[in-house]
Design a protein around this ligand. Structure first.
Ligand SMILES: [Mn+2]
Length: 322
């Protein structure tokens, strides 16, 4: 857990600085975007010069976020006082934004992933939290920072997105407490849930249909998976971003403890998302393939065909379940 002294020290160092670059991770989700925009908004209210970078831009279902039009995909500036990783444990996941962050005078990390490498002199990191947005909230509350409905909307979006609408096992009593305070500050949970979960383009729904049509369960009934081929994506005019929440539908099958989505994002390159229940650790599985994440939600890449990826990853999962 984050100590109050740590939160006070981190904020004091932020307040001494003048300019910030906040970097979102690639294939951004509501947590990295909401946390970055929320922190940026509050820092701007304090008179700071803040740039938010998301190399992959803003997915359609997050363009409702206030001030999302201020996010840039790159910057040539190399003069920032503080460079901050938002919702990622290392510079690998921020792509070309790494140059602006690492050239900053001071490095910081605001995150909730299992630490690997310990980036930054200023670290506001708690891997027991549902979301980076929760971590940002604690940073603000510990320092009595006054914020408004805009920042509250950003942070509640991060929490709703990373908890699957308070359904995932990372939802704790403190998560609800913070959500309650954010709603009291003017954030609208119904509006956020509708924008995040019920605003999908039709191509994305058709893709979900194909993924569900591909569902398979291993002989022991412990692992369920779906596949999406490059052909599926091309035929529907869909992109990798349209596959993002599909794994959460795979997890709704009763019985299996591990659910996996395999998608051929590029020919010969398979992106894999793993979800687990009842304490099965899929972070270890993802790490075996050079990926990672959390105990109950992780991801990795495997080179080769879809069939090959299914074969090696399902076997690796079964190995850890023995
Ligand atoms: Mn997150």
């Amino acid at each position: 857990m984050m100590k109050i002294d740590l939160l006070k020290d981190a904020w004091a160092r932020f307040m001494e600085a003048r300019s910030f670059v906040l970097a979102c991770h690639q294939r951004p989700d509501g947590d990295t975007l909401g946390s970055a925009l929320g922190l940026a908004h509050v820092l701007r209210l304090a008179g700071k010069d803040v740039v938010v970078i998301s190399e992959d831009g803003i997915p359609d279902n997050y363009t409702f976020l206030p001030e999302s039009d201020t996010v840039v995909t790159s910057t040539d500036r190399r003069d920032f006082d503080i460079g901050v990783l938002i919702d990622s444990e290392g510079t690998k996941r921020i792509g070309s934004a790494a140059d602006a962050v690492t050239s900053s005078k001071v490095h910081a990390c605001v995150d909730h992933h299992l630490p690997s490498g310990g980036f930054g002199e200023i670290r506001v990191v708690d891997y027991h939290r549902s979301s980076t947005a929760e971590v940002v909230y604690e940073l603000l509350e510990a320092n009595d920072v006054i914020f408004d409905a805009v920042a509250a909307t950003h942070l509640l979006t991060g929490i709703i997105s990373d908890t699957g609408g308070f359904k995932f096992s990372n939802t704790k009593p403190r998560t609800f407490e913070i959500a309650s305070k954010l709603q009291a500050h003017g954030a609208d949970p119904a509006m956020i849930a509708r924008e995040v979960y019920e605003s999908r383009p039709i191509r994305s729904m058709k893709l979900l249909g194909r993924a569900l049509g591909s569902l398979q369960i291993d002989e022991s009934g412990r692992v369920v998976w779906a596949t999406i081929s490059k052909h599926d994506l091309d035929e529907l005019g869909a992109t990798d971003a349209d596959t993002d929440s599909i794994v959460n539908h795979v997890t709704t099958v009763k019985g299996p403890k591990v659910a996996i989505l395999f998608r051929e994002s590029k020919p010969g390159s398979i992106r894999i998302s793993l979800r687990s229940r009842d304490g099965v650790d899929v972070d270890r599985v993802a790490r075996a393939f050079g990926g990672g994440g959390h105990k109950a939600a992780a991801g990795c890449h495997v080179e080769g065909s879809l069939d090959h990826a299914v074969d090696v990853v399902v076997n690796e999962v079964l190995k850890w379940m023995e």
